[in-house]
Design a protein around this ligand. Structure first.
Ligand SMILES: NC(=O)C1=CN([C@@H]2O[C@H](COP(=O)(O)OP(=O)(O)OC[C@H]3O[C@@H](n4cnc5c(N)ncnc54)[C@H](OP(=O)(O)O)[C@@H]3O)[C@@H](O)[C@H]2O)C=CC1
Ligand SMILES: O=C(CO)COP(=O)(O)O
Length: 328
């Protein structure tokens, strides 16, 4: 029998809300922090997050607040669930109220644009007295919020902590595996978003199912190359947080990254679209590739597409006309 925890969830978007609701099903208490007071009040009054999970009734026990102090009071564990590029600022606000020693579980998928830092590097910098972990894997917020099942990976450099967190954060419809390969889990989650934009663009431009399968497979080779250059283990990259999430996100417009790419492929406007983390990570991923002398033409093409320097058809032609080589 595990001890019920008080879990602070920083971020009341789709994923924070879904994770908060899932934690309740695991017997924990959960408090959502929303930066927008009106959203917090609406969640408390209506038990719906109409902005991010429209129409889905939430457990009445899922409380929200716009006070960081209130959200973090007596927390046994913190889930950080705002977009990757906001993590540093959110942890700076949270810092004075974060109980020392409490694990911080990073749920955003991305790489900091300006610095190339992983989420765990930012968290260790901002909260040096708190152990850091990551939760990642194939998990659409709306699926979890509707009670559909999935499995994810919880990673921490300390294997014992990863195991404790996996045990505590698992819920009837959320199976958490554990690993000490924190870097592998973070790299997989960040890069699959960039590749999902490429897959979406392929789909949107009508290049066909064969092209999609070829692109996703070669995209995974790039993810593996970059991951291994960071010291990630191949089995992590082949796991839920790498290949698993790549399969999910490259498969349908339920993925915001895929939908963003599809809009790009169809030549539609990208203004005002929902969060697509890959669009923020692509540029820094391409820079890392260049600086480390790695080969990742698909990821580099996404950056060029996003900058408007390449069309999907030109990217496809450039990828196909590269010098022939052995597959591995
Ligand atoms: N949605 C999903 O299915 C999954 C998402 N993730 C990851 O989780 C992370 C969050 O995604 P998700 O919840 O879907 O995103 P959403 O766009 O649904 O929500 C983002 C949340 O972050 C808040 N926010 C935005 N900017 C800031 C800021 N500068 N400071 C503080 N809060 C801010 C928003 O508040 P406001 O409303 O006030 O703008 C909102 O509550 C991403 O990295 C994503 O890749 C991971 C797995 C699944
Ligand atoms: O990470 C996700 C599922 O695991 C969500 O993907 P999108 O952000 O592309 O919707």
């Amino acid at each position: 029998m595990r001890t019920p925890w008080t879990i602070a969830v920083l971020g009341a978007g789709a994923w924070g809300t879904a994770l908060g609701a899932t934690m309740l099903t695991g017997g924990h208490r959960a408090k959502l922090w929303a930066r927008d007071e009106a959203l917090a009040q609406a969640i408390n009054a209506d038990h719906i997050n109409e902005r991010y999970l429209p129409g889905l009734k939430l457990d009445q026990q899922l409380a929200a607040t716009s006070s960081m102090e209130n959200a973090l009071k007596n927390a046994d564990c913190i889930l950080a669930v705002t977009p990757a590029q906001t993590l540093r600022a959110v942890l700076a606000d949270a810092g004075p109220h974060v109980p020392k020693g409490v694990p911080v579980v990073l749920c955003a998928k991305g790489i900091e644009r300006e610095t190339g830092r992983l989420m765990s590097e930012i968290a260790s910098e901002m909260l040096p007295e708190n152990p850091v972990a990551a939760l990642s894997g194939p998990s659409f917020a709306s699926d979890l919020a509707r009670g559909l099942p999935t499995a994810v990976t919880v990673a921490a450099k300390n294997a014992g902590l990863a195991m404790t967190l996996a045990e505590q954060l698992s819920a009837p419809r959320l199976r958490c595996y554990s690993t000490d390969d924190l870097t592998g889990v973070e790299i997989g989650g960040a890069l699959k978003n960039v590749l999902a934009i490429a897959a979406g663009a392929t789909h949107g431009a009508g290049l066909g199912a064969s092209a999609s399968a070829a692109l996703i497979t070669r995209g995974f080779v790039e993810l593996r190359r970059i991951g291994e250059a960071f010291g990630a283990r191949p089995d992590t990259l082949m796991g839920l947080s790498g290949l698993g999430d790549l399969i999910l996100t490259c498969g349908s417009e339920q993925s915001r990254n895929f939908a963003y790419g599809a809009a790009l492929g169809r030549g539609e406007s990208l203004e005002g679209r929902p969060l697509a983390e890959g669009a923020h990570t692509a540029g820094i991923a391409a820079r890392i590739v260049r600086e480390r002398g790695l080969e990742a033409p698909i990821i580099e093409s996404v950056t060029e597409l996003l900058k408007g320097r390449l069309t999907v058809l030109a990217a496809m032609e450039a990828l196909l006309s590269r010098p022939l080589k052995s597959e591995t």
